[in-house]
Design a protein around this ligand. Structure first.
Ligand code: SAM
Length: 231
């Protein structure tokens, strides 16, 4: 059975569109959506030999080799422009996901949907989407096995659409997630806030260099934003 986390990614994949899952590891996500009939064709991309072999084995084991191609390579290098309509990248940090998108930009011709699941640092992805003409269209936050995950889905469109005047906070917390503020959201940002408070205490002991002062102001701003959001 697919994890709740990957099921949440699968839910955002448009019906009947071809998918490339980048950093696929066991290829559980492409196997699931292809087996279910939701997706006719998929590519599972992996940069590392071990996970690449796991993906090959899983696809073969499930008897899906005719509909899922496992390819070895870095990020979007494994796809050609126009080959797939949807790209999924799950289970990595937000900055790494954003850097994969940035480096592979030219491969996104013909891609109409991105489904991205950062374990941390979702704001790096929101920023990348905003700066590159992708409109964030939905977000999910969920807790599974004691960890909290976010899923972001984007389409080509007006990147400014989901944002208002308080864009700094919306980039950090998620414009859609801010509307719901479910239990997972509250727990995540309560923990983050506590963490920032600890860092701030340490920075207060760390002297008065310009860099330290700047870091301190950054922390104070984030703490204030979290307090506002959680109040
Ligand atoms: N996507 C799966 C999931 O969500 O369960 C696997 C997540 S696993 C923690 C991250 C995978 O991404 C690893 O198998 C790693 O080898 C792969 N990876 C990391 N950087 C990559 C890159 N630049 N291109 C392709 N795969 C990458």
């Amino acid at each position: 059975k697919l994890s709740e986390r990957l099921a949440a990614v699968a839910e955002h994949i448009p019906g009947n569109s071809s998918v490339a899952d980048i950093g696929s590891d066991h290829a559980y996500l492409p196997c699931h959506v292809v087996k279910k009939g939701a997706v006719p064709f998929a590519i599972a991309g992996e940069v590392a030999e071990g996970p690449f072999q796991s993906a090959l084995k899983q696809v073969e084991f499930e008897g899906l080799s005719d509909r899922i191609q496992v390819r070895k390579g870095d990020g979007l290098d494994v796809i050609q422009p126009g080959e797939v309509e949807c790209v999924t990248i799950a289970g990595m940090g937000g900055p790494l996901i954003a850097s994969i998108l940035e480096r592979g930009k030219s491969k996104l011709d013909g891609v109409t949907k991105l489904v991205l699941q950062p374990n941390i640092g979702a704001s790096a992805i929101r920023k990348w989407l905003f700066e590159n003409g992708w409109q964030l269209v939905s977000e999910t936050i969920l807790k599974e096995d004691g960890k909290i995950y976010e899923v972001l889905a984007a389409e080509r469109g007006n990147p400014e659409e989901p944002y208002s005047a308080s864009m700094d906070a919306e980039l950090l917390f998620g414009p859609y997630l801010l509307q719901g503020k479910n239990a997972a959201f509250r727990e995540k940002w309560t923990l983050e806030k506590q963490n920032w408070q600890k860092i701030l205490e340490q920075l207060k002991q760390a002297g008065q260099s310009e860099a330290t002062i700047q870091k301190r102001q950054e922390m104070e701003k984030k703490i204030r934003m979290a307090e506002e959001v959680l109040s």
